[in-house]
Design a protein around this ligand. Structure first.
Ligand code: ADP
Ligand code: GLC
Length: 492
């Protein structure tokens, strides 16, 4: 199959969260499965074109916007770890040559226009490359308009007439609400009959709804979240549309790129280990602590709880705020936290780090190498999210024998199973209620088994034996794509 993937993020070039990981992991596996993929993302100012060997091309795509035309030069590179997955960066001074991807904290005021441009330009890139996609794969509201374009402006274009559109929802909480007079004008879709249209929700354009309505098939990133957005308030007002499309809707669990996330080969850590040499994991922890704890005392062996996370309400940081100091004071645990986000949470962790420099190791900012180190070095990874479409850090952690302590929501509940000391099954510890007492309880249960024989090894080895590889996820997407092609009457 030929797959055209269009998104706002793609690791390692431009990544805020798991969206970037997934957009880059899937094509690697698709290539190995014999499929072709072209990825289109913006050329953000922060992308290091030299490091990743991007070259400017002589292709300039002409992108119709409203009643005029706009332009973008295409830069080309090859996705690391692949032979021939082409990554096309759209160069536009007006839209993408600025700091950041979405604009913090409230988003750039012209995001509607920037993402309309991206969603339209991807068709022009395919034409310029003479690439005829079987599947257009759009991710989150940023590129959902591409699915509307597929069924409108490009419907009778022979290059796209036999192409099916698949929409993957990574996070229902962000819906791209905007002023219809702007977006629909830019998109050349007209504002007449706007009320009740596939673009409208609550009187404004809602790009999440647009994706839901125009896609041939829709996926979200875990089976449990698929149920949650259909049946519960996590649907964020979109429940009726999800229900309407339920015959074309499926949860496909994310996977990890195990060429990047593997304790045996990870280049970000000095000591490597496998299930057979799990004892060596202690050396990774020791190294991290020696590097970061002032006057580290090797004798003081405390469980290390790690977190690598955006610091936002979604991630349950408020619960951490409520329990952290108490736990630290009890002298039973130590924390290693990496993350940035809401200033309130950053201030909290900074203050805790200053107050308890040997017990709370906090690094503000985005740091890929450190994220690997923390996940490998920690005994536990904590993900107490309010909601979590899938979550990747717990999936990475399992492979490293790092035990997840998570809230039973979304993909966390699909990937983590409570450890049962009697049967020796399970790979982590879960809590249900979104209250700090429940989190504390789960932490206590988890820490109770720290270094206790045989449980400590059993729970860690159970985790390491789990296979949440992006290969499985990539295969599932191919099934969804086949299903999408059937929907438009194509046999595969
Ligand atoms: P989300 O997409 O909601 O942020 P995920 O768990 O799906 O949550 O993905 C988060 C991704 O971002 C993971 O790859 C994680 O390692 C990475 N990440 C989050 N915060 C940081 C950070 N401060 N530095 C480096 N990587 C980070
Ligand atoms: C979103 C979700 C996260 C998911 C990621 C990748 O950012 O918040 O749960 O893992 O997308 O699909």
């Amino acid at each position: 199959m030929n797959i055209l993937s269009v998104a706002a993020e793609c690791a390692p070039y431009a990544k805020i969260g798991g969206l970037g990981d997934v957009v880059s992991a899937l094509p690697k596996d698709w290539e190995q499965l014999g499929h072709n993929c072209v990825i289109v993302i913006p050329k953000y100012r922060d992308i290091d074109v030299q490091k990743y060997n991007f070259q400017p091309t002589n292709i300039t795509v002409v992108v119709p916007m409203s009643s005029w035309k706009e332009y973008a030069r295409v830069w080309m590179g090859t996705l690391p770890g692949t032979k021939n997955v082409r990554v096309c960066l759209l160069e536009s001074y007006d839209y993408f040559d600025r700091k950041g991807i979405y604009g913090n904290p409230d988003g750039f005021s012209d995001n509607d226009r920037r993402f309309t441009f991206l969603s339209r330009a991807c068709f022009e890139v395919a034409k310029a490359l003479d690439f005829t996609p079987d599947i257009l794969h759009a991710h989150d509201y940023h590129t959902s308009l591409a699915l509307a374009f597929l069924k409108s402006h490009y419907r009778f274009d022979p290059r796209f007439a036999r192409c099916a559109g698949v929409y993957t929802i990574h996070n229902m909480a962000f819906q791209g609400q905007s002023d219809p007079r702007r977006v629909l004008e830019f998109a050349q879709l007209g504002t007449q009959n706007f009320r009740g249209s596939w673009f409208e929700h609550d009187g404004v354009v809602n790009l999440m709804k647009t994706g839901l309505m125009f896609a041939d098939k829709i996926t979200t990133v875990s089976p449990n979240y698929a149920n949650e957005i259909r049946w519960t308030s996590f649907g964020e007002g979109m429940q009726d549309y999800v229900e309407m499309r339920s015959g074309d809707f499926l949860g496909v669990l994310n996977g990890a790129d195990y060429t990047e996330w593997n304790p045996e080969t990870d280049t970000n850590i000095k000591h490597h280990y496998t299930p057979e040499t799990l004892n060596e994991k202690a050396l990774v922890k020791q190294e991290l602590l020696q590097e970061s704890v002032p006057a580290y005392d090797v004798q003081e062996d405390l469980p290390l709880i790690g977190m690598v996370s955006r610091l936002t309400d979604q991630k349950g940081i408020i619960l951490v705020e409520q329990v952290l100091e108490r736990l630290v004071k009890s002298g039973r645990v130590r924390f290693a936290i990496l993350g940035s986000g809401d200033s309130r949470y950053e201030r909290f962790f900074n203050a805790m780090g200053k107050k308890y420099p040997t017990r709370v190791l906090y690094s503000n900012g985005y740091n890929n190498a450190l994220s690997h180190k923390i996940i490998a070095a920690s005994d536990y990874i904590m993900v107490p999210s309010l909601f979590e479409p899938c979550g990747l850090t717990q999936i990475f952690a399992l492979k490293y024998g790092t035990v997840p302590i998570v809230r039973a929501t979304g993909g966390l509940a699909d990937t983590v199973e409570e450890y049962n000391p009697e049967t020796g099954t399970g790979n982590g510890f879960l809590f249900e209620k979104y209250v700090s007492r429940s989190l504390l309880n789960a932490i206590s249960r988890a820490v109770y088994y720290y270094k206790s024989t045989p449980h400590w090894d059993t729970v860690r080895l159970n985790g390491m034996a789990c296979n949440y590889s992006s290969r499985l996820s990539a295969e599932n997407y191919i099934n969804v794509f086949t299903w999408a092609l059937q929907r438009i009457g194509r046999r595969t």
